[in-house]
Design a protein around this ligand. Structure first.
Ligand code: 5GP
Ligand code: ZN
Length: 137
């Protein structure tokens, strides 16, 4: 439990939330901002700010719960599609510093869009980026 963390407060039951699932490791509740019908958050009980702080095993467990809940959203609300989103850092759109995964129901032409414009990097650039990543694995 981190002081002044809104999601820790929800986990502790000090702030209300519309819960859809909980187990020993994680809880899922309705996002207060329903940008789409059925915007659900999956949150680990143990506080970690984001993926840079969490134990990789705990991160894997969070996504196992996400898969379970996302299938229930699909079966229960019957959207044609679902996106899973997980922001890490302000520039990525993270506003709550307690690790969480978004489940978003999707419809054709729903206006939700990531920027997929191609940088048209050449093969040398790709190799430099790949080498920088490999050096840190
Ligand atoms: P982020 O932008 O950090 O990836 O997502 C944070 C999400 O948490 C937002 O979609 C926001 O609507 C949601 N959120 C923030 N505070 C609360 C709250 O007190 N209750 C609920 N249910 N959702 C919250
Ligand atoms: Zn927290």
């Amino acid at each position: 439990m981190a002081a002044d963390c809104i999601f820790c407060s929800i986990i502790e039951g000090n702030i209300p939330a519309t819960r859809v699932y909980e187990d020993a490791d994680a809880i899922a509740f309705m996002d207060r901002t329903q940008t789409v019908p059925g915007h659900v958050l999956i949150v680990p009980r143990q506080h970690a700010a984001n993926l840079f702080e969490v134990d990789p095993q705990a991160y894997a467990r969070l996504f196992a719960v996400t898969a379970q809940v996302a299938r229930a959203v699909k079966a229960g609300l019957n959207p044609p599609a679902i996106s899973v989103l997980q922001n890490n850092g302000r520039e990525a759109g993270q506003t709550v510093d307690h690790l969480h995964v978004h489940i978003l129901t999707r419809e054709a032409h729903d206006g939700y869009r990531m920027n997929w414009d191609d940088l048209h990097a050449n093969s040398e650039q790709l190799e430099r980026w790949a080498a920088s990543i490999r050096e840190n694995l």
